[in-house]
Design a protein around this ligand. Sequence first.
Ligand SMILES: Cc1cc2nc3c(=O)[nH]c(=O)nc-3n(C[C@H](O)[C@H](O)[C@H](O)COP(=O)(O)OP(=O)(O)OC[C@H]3O[C@@H](n4cnc5c(N)ncnc54)[C@H](O)[C@@H]3O)c2cc1C
Length: 382
Amino acid sequence: MAGKNVVVIGGGFGGAAAAIKARTLLGAGHAVTLVDRRREVNLCGMNPMLIAGQRDPRRTTRSLGVLGNRGINVVNAHVDEIDFSNHALRTGDGAIDYDYLVIAAGAEYDWDRTPGAADAYSFYDIASARRLRRRLSRMRRGHVSIGVASTPYKCPPAPFETSMILDWFFRQSGIRQDIEITVSTPEPGPMPVAGPDAMAMILRAFDRKGIQLKSEVSVSSVRSDGREVVYSDGSTAEVDVAVTIPHHIPASIVRDTSLIGPSGWVKVNPKTLETAEKDVFAIGDVNAVPMSNGKGVPKAGVFASAEGETVGHNIAAAINQSSPVEFPGDGYCFIGFGGETSASVIGNFLTEGKPDVHLTAPTARGMRSKERFERDWKRFRV
Ligand SMILES: Cc1cc2nc3c(=O)[nH]c(=O)nc-3n(C[C@H](O)[C@H](O)[C@H](O)COP(=O)(O)OP(=O)(O)OC[C@H]3O[C@@H](n4cnc5c(N)ncnc54)[C@H](O)[C@@H]3O)c2cc1C
């Protein structure tokens, strides 16, 4: 059989997992190529700890070049266009042909949808997290607001986790009594996907820690040089540091293509991650895998990684003529409660009826699991 070209766009959680799995299962006569415009990627899951000075950014960076040691062709280039009819990618460095294509290009942020937010603060990428870290380290009193612009956004626990980490941070600095912390969400409360018990557990922690919650409102704009947050219900808040979770959109490479479904994200078969195009798969943040409650599976690295393993396995199975597998829908997300404790939202997100998901109690052991996850990520084990 002639050698096949398996090509992956994106070297984040999903793309790396797909490339590694396909490479592991395929013989040397087949090529696995991973294309990313970046040489290094960051573990954004550690940004909430980074802004509180609990992480060094170097610890949360990994280099894609090392995948070359595993027999994967790593191409550092921006993909400008996918030519589905000719099975080819157009990049600044020339064309790349594929037999099987995995799109793992992630989500991007539309800052313009929330006027003023880009000039205020965020922690949703490494540059904004570093800037926020500097601002918080200088803060002595005032009001920090953390507000979600819209759903879906990456890592549903992140705004709530971040507020609890900041509570801990300001307590450590001895100035908590002079700092107000508010979190806002367009949803009825923190992480409805995890059910009412999980929501109640977080609300009790907020009560204990003195964190205010504004639910069922999104951040519409940030005005007055970052000093005023305007919410979707017309209310406003005077703040000193306005932190926004930006409006998310699919990566530009797919945004205006026929792959996008009614959800606004790439439509896929939930079990196989196949798109409407033959031999083209979409995994991770770029897609919407519908849960039984009608919403998409959370945009989280663990799902991107599990979807990548499923697709990597199935592409190899198609080439090797072996048995395919299905994406099981199991996953988890850490939620740090501040200091040395972390909980997890864990379960099966694709159960019939409603997602079978719960929140574990925050423990020191949970934090050790989060740290192990970080070490595993650094070595491409997740
Ligand atoms: C603050 C924060 C906290 C988080 N916490 C957690 C957590 O605790 N647990 C968890 O599981 N997840 C967490 N996440 C979510 C997680 O980071 C994402 O869900 C995950 O990165 C998605 O992986 P992906 O492979 O789909 O996309 P990405 O990781 O975004 O990778 C996409 C890649 O595609 C490349 N790319 C895009 N377009 C092109 C193009 N045209 N040409 C070439 N390359 C291209 C990009 O450069 C990028 O490297 C968090 C995210 C944030 C922001």
